[in-house]
Design a protein around this ligand. Structure first.
Ligand code: CAA
Length: 257
């Protein structure tokens, strides 16, 4: 493995990103965020991309937050720039046109939880620990947590987590809808690989449209969001994928997307 801060491996269109600062529990500093942003720009242009899996190096941590040592002496302007860099990177991840899966292998705190919230799916090991402990450091979440967390788990639970800063285990994260699945620690890799295989069998355009309808629709009033859905649904009837998917059903065979 290379000494890059973001290691990239690929297997038939499924790209795995490993955030690689295990000595700091993969805390997000500006160098790592810069590298992640560059990797994501590269992925945006890839035609054969099927899914992205993001995880942390080592057994102990997904990401233990933004790098506190780096943030400690920042001025307000520097803090704004740091948050801006992270928000742009996280948004890039969220807007990839393929399923993005967080494979949470341990601590998932602060900016790490905010990164996982930008993923479409989260699978966690049963020893994972989640939280937004920023209030303990005298700040609020700055990488999107005050907005994506309430959208994911509801405002009451988001307030509970953010104003107490308490840490929750994987079982509670599953119960409140912060993650989709929890598996024994030794099964995380296999379970994540099986999951991504389910995604890669499905139509790429339909997945891209589903992400767009949900993400963009959540920002709109209901009628506008339903109009967006209708527009995407209608356009799909001009696609190869729709012909193949419905044709395969009628011909009683598996679709080949
Ligand atoms: N930033 C920088 N370094 C970090 C870090 C972080 N967020 N989290 C862990 N580290 C470093 C530690 O300083 C330590 O480094 P040294 O060996 O050089 O001392 C190393 O990682 C290992 O950590 P610990 O010795 O603390 O490991 P532990 O098992 O005793 O504790 C932990 C693990 C509970 C996760 C603890 O490290 C911890 O509380 N980390 C900070 C968690 C946190 O507050 N995250 C939020 C950050 S703020 C944020 O994210 C703001 C935002 O929204 C953008």
């Amino acid at each position: 493995m290379s000494d890059k801060l973001v290691q990239v491996t690929e297997n038939t269109g499924v790209v795995r990103l490993t955030l690689n600062r295990p000595e700091a529990l993969n805390a997000l500093n500006s160098a790592l965020l810069k590298e992640l942003n560059e990797v994501l720009i590269d992925l945006e242009g890839r035609k054969n991309l099927r899914a992205v899996l993001i995880t942390g190096a080592g057994k102990k941590s997904f990401v233990a937050g933004a790098d506190i040592s780096e943030m400690r002496d920042k001025t307000p302007d520097e803090a704004r720039a740091f948050a801006g860099q992270a928000l742009a990177t996280v948004k890039r991840l969220e807007q990839l046109p393929v399923p993005v899966v967080a494979m949470v292998n341990g601590y998932c705190l602060g900016g790490g939880c905010e990164l996982a919230l930008a993923c479409d799916w989260a699978i966690a090991s049963d020893n994972a620990i989640f939280g937004q402990p920023e209030v303990n450091l005298g700040v609020i979440p700055g990488f999107g947590g005050t907005q994506r967390l309430p959208r994911r788990v509801g405002p009451a639970m988001a307030l509970d987590l953010i104003i107490t800063g308490r840490k929750i285990d994987a079982a509670e994260a599953l119960r409140i809808g912060l993650v989709n699945r929890v598996v024994p620690v030794g099964k995380l890799e296999v379970a994540a690989a099986e999951l991504t295989q389910q995604f890669v069998m499905n139509g790429r355009q339909a997945i891209r449209d589903a992400k767009r309808a949900i993400h963009d629709g959540m920002k709109q009033d209901l009628d506008s969001a339903l109009a967006l859905e209708t527009s995407l649904f209608a356009q799909e009837f001009a696609s190869e994928e729709q012909r193949e998917g419905m044709g395969a059903f009628v011909e009683k065979r598996k679709p080949n997307f």
